[in-house]
Design a protein around this ligand. Structure first.
Ligand code: GLN
Length: 532
C-alpha cells in the first residue's frame, strides 16, 4: 500500500509550494523509493485547458493529452516521469463525477452531500491514482491557501485519509511565508502561527513546517515556530529564495528533510543518490557565458505563461555552460516596424498562441529571423505563422490561418478535419503525444537521431495539404510528418543556420539532464551566433 505526503500552503499563494512538493518528491525518489505526485486544484474548471495563461500560468500538456496545471510540469521535470490527467484533481472533475453518479442512481435513496459523497470521491480518486501507479509514496499537493472556502472539501478529505490510513502512512507538510520586516530586519513567525491554527481548526496537525523566506530561517525562528506550532524542532525547515528552482531540493536536503519524512512514515533509511542532480545544478549556476533570446508572445508580462519554455532553455543551456537571458517582446510592439529589440538578441522564439492579437507582429519577427539568418524556433502557432510568412513573402500568396482570417484568399493554415462541427471547447483540441516520422538527412533527424518520435500537441489548426507541394518546391522542407503523411509536424530551411518549427510543443518533454532536442539545437545555434 502506498504512503502519502500531503503538502498544504498557508498565509498566501505563490510561495512556490509546487517547487517544494516537487523537491520532496525528488528527494524521496533519490533514496530509492518510487514516487508519484497529485496536484489538487480547487477551482471549478474541469481542467486548466479553458483558462487564460495570463491568469493561471501555462497550460501544461501530458502524454495522454491531459491539459493540466503547470505544477504537473514541475513534478515531471523533477521526478523524470510521465504523469496522467488523473494526477490533476479539480473541483470541477470531482463534482462532475458525483453528479453523474447521482443521475445514474448510484446513491439512490440518499441525500447527496459534500461530506461524505464529495469527500469520498476525493479520497477514492487519490487512492486510485496512488495505488494504480504502483508507487511507494504518493505526494499530494493541495492548491490554494488554507482557509479558502474552495479548498475545504479537499482538506476534509485528506484529514479523513489520515484517520483511515493511520499516522504512519500519511505525513502533513505545511508551507508558509515567514516575512522579514524591513525596518527591524527580523523574521516574523506570526503569520505561520495563524495559518497553523487555521489548519488545526480543520483537524489537521502538521508534522513538518517549511518556512519560505527571502533568507534562511535563523535557529531562533525555527525554535519559535516549533514551540508555537507544536512541531518538533527538527521538523521546521527553511526554504530561502533560490536563483534556480533546481537548487531547492538540495537546500532542503542539507537540513535532512527526506530522512525526517522517511522516519515519520516508518520507512527504512536508504542513502540518497543525488550526484547527477548536483552536477546539473552546479553547471547552471557556474555558467559564465550568456546568450539573449527573444520570446515574441502575447502574455509576456507573466513568465509563468511560458514556464516550460524557460525550463527547456535552462536544461539546454546547462549543456553548453550558458545562461539564456530571455528578452520578452510583445508581438504587437513589432507591428509598427521597430525591430530594435530583435537586433540585440542572438535568437528568436515564437511560442504557441491563439487568436488574432499579435499575429502580424509574430509574422514580422519570423521574417526578421529568416532574412537575417538568425536562429529561429517556432512552436505550434509559431510553426503555423512561419508557414504563413513563407507563403506570403516567398510564394507571394495572400494567405493566413483561418483562425485569424476565416475568409482569406489562400487559407494556408486551416482547421483540422476532425474539428469541423466541434462545439464544445474544453478538451477537444488535438492533444497529447502523437507519433511523428522524421526524414533522414534533415536537421530534425540530426537533432532527434531517430526516424520516429513522440511529441505532445495542443492545436485545432494545421498546414493545409493543398499548399504543401508549392511550399516544398520553393525551398521549405517538412522534415517531420504525422503517420497519415498528410499532417505536417516539423518545418525547416536548409539554407539557414537554424530555422526550425514544430506543430507540437517540444518544451513539455524537456527535462534536466535531457534537454528537448529542438531546444538543444536552438540554444547551440544561439551560442554559435554569439561566440563564433
Ligand atoms: N491556435 C493554434 C491552433 O489551435 C495554435 C495553438 C497553439 O499554439 N498551442 O492550432
Amino acid at each position: 500500500m502506498p504512503k502519502y505526503v500531503v503538502v498544504t500552503g498557508g498565509v498566501l499563494s505563490g510561495l512556490g509550494k509546487g517547487i517544494i512538493t516537487s523537491s520532496i518528491a525528488l528527494l524521496l525518489k533519490s533514496r530509492g523509493y518510487t514516487v508519484t505526485a497529485i496536484k489538487i486544484d480547487p477551482y471549478l474548471n474541469c481542467d486548466a485547458g479553458t483558462m487564460n495563461p495570463f491568469q493561471h500560468g501555462e497550460v501544461f500538456v501530458l502524454e495522454d493529452g491531459g491539459e493540466v496545471d503547470l505544477d504537473l510540469g514541475n513534478y515531471e521535470r523533477f521526478l523524470d516521469i510521465n504523469l496522467s490527467r488523473e494526477n490533476n484533481i479539480t473541483t470541477g472533475k470531482v463534482y462532475k463525477n458525483v453528479i453523474e453518479k447521482e443521475r445514474r442512481g448510484d446513491y439512490l435513496g440518499k441525500t447527496v452531500q459534500i461530506v461524505p459523497h464529495i469527500t469520498d470521491e476525493i479520497k477514492g480518486w487519490i487512492r486510485r491514482v496512488a495505488e494504480g501507479s504502483g508507487a511507494d509514496i504518493c505526494v499530494v499537493e493541495i492548491g490554494g491557501t488554507v482557509g479558502d472556502i474552495e479548498s475545504m472539501p479537499f482538506l476534509e478529505a485528506v484529514r479523513q485519509l489520515h484517520l483511515e490510513e493511520g499516522r504512519e502512512n500519511v505525513v502533513f507538510i505545511h508551507t508558509t511565508l515567514v516575512p522579514i520586516l524591513r525596518v527591524v530586519g527580523e523574521q516574523k513567525t506570526k503569520p505561520t502561527q495563524h495559518s497553523v491554527k487555521e489548519l488545526r481548526a480543520i483537524g489537521i496537525d502538521p508534522d513538518i513546517i517549511v518556512g519560505r523566506s527571502t533568507k534562511r530561517l535563523s535557529k531562533e525562528v525555527k525554535e519559535k515556530i516549533s514551540l508555537f506550532c507544536n512541531v518538533d524542532k527538527e521538523a521546521v525547515f527553511s526554504s530561502p529564495d533560490a536563483e534556480y528552482i533546481y537548487e531547492v531540493p538540495l537546500i532542503l536536503e542539507e537540513q535532512g528533510i527526506s530522512k525526517y519524512v522517511l522516519k515519520l512514515l516508518n520507512l527504512p533509511y536508504k542513502e540518497a543518490e543525488l550526484s547527477e542532480w548536483k552536477k546539473f545544478v552546479e553547471r547552471i549556476k557556474k555558467a559564465k557565458r550568456e546568450v539573449s533570446i527573444a520570446i515574441v508572445g502575447k502574455y509576456t508580462a507573466l513568465g509563468d505563461s511560458y514556464l516550460s519554455i524557460l525550463e527547456a532553455f535552462c536544461h539546454a543551456g546547462a549543456e553548453f555552460d550558458v545562461k539564456v537571458h530571455v528578452i520578452w517582446v510583445e508581438a504587437e510592439d513589432l507591428e509598427a516596424g521597430n525591430f530594435s529589440m530583435l537586433e540585440k538578441v542572438h535568437a528568436i522564439l515564437v511560442p504557441g498562441g491563439f487568436g488574432e492579437r499579435g499575429a502580424e507582429g509574430k509574422i514580422k519577427a519570423i521574417e526578421f529571423a529568416r532574412k537575417n539568418k538568425m536562429p529561429f524556433l517556432g512552436i505550434c502557432f509559431g510553426f503555423q505563422l512561419a508557414v504563413v510568412e513563407y507563403g506570403r513573402n516567398v510564394l507571394g500568396l495572400e494567405c493566413h490561418s483561418t483562425e485569424v482570417k476565416p475568409n482569406v484568399k489562400h487559407p494556408i493554415i486551416t482547421i483540422l478535419p476532425e474539428q469541423y462541427g466541434v462545439q464544445q471547447l474544453g478538451g477537444t483540441m488535438r492533444l497529447g503525444a502523437q507519433p511523428i516520422l522524421i526524414k533522414e538527412g534533415t536537421l530534425a533527424y540530426e537533432l532527434y537521431k531517430s526516424t520516429k518520435i513522440y511529441e505532445r500537441h495542443r492545436h485545432r489548426y494545421e498546414v493545409n495539404p493543398k499548399y504543401i507541394d508549392e511550399l516544398e518546391k520553393n525551398g521549405l522542407i517538412f522534415s517531420g510528418i504525422a503517420e497519415d503523411r498528410i499532417r505536417m509536424e516539423i518545418l525547416e530551411l536548409p539554407e539557414h543556420p537554424y530555422f526550425i518549427a514544430s506543430q507540437f510543443h517540444p518544451e513539455f518533454k524537456s527535462r534536466p539532464l535531457k534537454p528537448a532536442p529542438l531546444f538543444y539545437g536552438f540554444v547551440k545555434a544561439a551560442v554559435d551566433e554569439k561566440y563564433h
